[in-house]
Design a protein around this ligand. Sequence first.
Ligand code: AMP
Ligand code: MG
Length: 401
Amino acid sequence: MSELTLNQARELLLAKTEKIEETEEILLWEGVGRTLAEDILAKRDQPPFPRSPLDGYAVRSGDIAEASRECPVRLQVIDEVDAGHVSGRRVKEGCAIRIMTGAPIPEGADCIVRQEDTDYGEETVKIYKQIRAWENYCFAGEDYKAGSKILKKGAGLGSIELGTLASLGLEKALVFRRVRAAVLTTGDELALPGEELKPGKIYDSNLYTLVTRLTGLGVETVRKGRTGDNPEEAAAWIREAARETDLILTTGGVSVGKKDIMHDVLKLLNARRLFWKIAIKPGMPTLCAQYEGKLLICLSGNPFGAAVNLELLVRPVLAEMTGRKELEPKRIRAVAESEFPKRSGVTRYVRAFYKDGKVRIPEGSNASGILSSMCGCNCLIEIPAGTPEVKRGDEAWVILL
Ligand code: AMP
Ligand code: MG
């Protein structure tokens, strides 16, 4: 079978991807990264009353039209109102009410004089400055009016949106439910961190890389596990996992070796193969199928290959499932500060650090089995097939992680 381009592979997956329409109600505290499933209309004005934007005196602009430092206007202070309280008094001619930031502007007043423009008087106050009507005056509904649409269905929720929902008095929001995923690592050589390492074994890093990355992308990993290189065992695990997930990721066993079991697993499951092999490095042998209507994405066991394919292939699927465009990998141009001397017949991804328009390749190997040199990296440099070696000062495409 010939290799697909990354774009072809992506399109094949996206053609089988469905947006999740089920919803759930969540507390706003848990809302970061979620997507609103309903339009939000304001039930009342915000702020609900006209309020003072500063500490000063609520007055009638007509009373202080002639005020200046040389000729102050003296007003009688008839009340004081703090934020959270309401003055029962009305500001009549010749009067003022002392007012603090956030307090409701009493009736009769049409502007606020900053206290710095007065003598801070308690019984009477000298006003040193003329203020026009509605100056220093926050109107009710200045933020939003009752009945207006504040957020639309499909809006992504971050701290500002969640704060805005709270300003409406809401505690909860209706959002689309999260993607439910399962992650299975396969390989007889794998030991779980915490276990003793026996001869011939290595610790399973993929499970940690993939599960924690999915968590960071807002996915709920409802199942994680590991099996040996045993097709029956892996097929049974996937069969179970498919009952409660939208997406299943596996690593290992997708190449052409005797122990590359995932081909048999697909047969045992009677899963429909979508493709095998993408013309990229690392992560070339990726195998994708559909099982029980769910995508089954089988990644290479090589830690760098698995991590790269999660970014390039799985993220677009998550963006489609959630409608969250920001989950798509972001591509930018950057100037290389390091060289990468290898040519490649297929598109190659190189771990790197991006900062301020420049991109630098770390010390250490870029081989697909090597993970630790990727620590601290925040991007991949994309080197298209057939490109000559990357030289210092060359411009390149960079995919931000
Ligand atoms: P495979 O894709 O099964 O041929 O594995 C390719 C390489 O990745 C081998 O060197 C494996 O030992 C290694 N490998 C496979 N699975 C994992 C894993 N979960 N964590 C770390 N390394 C792995
Ligand atoms: Mg293996």
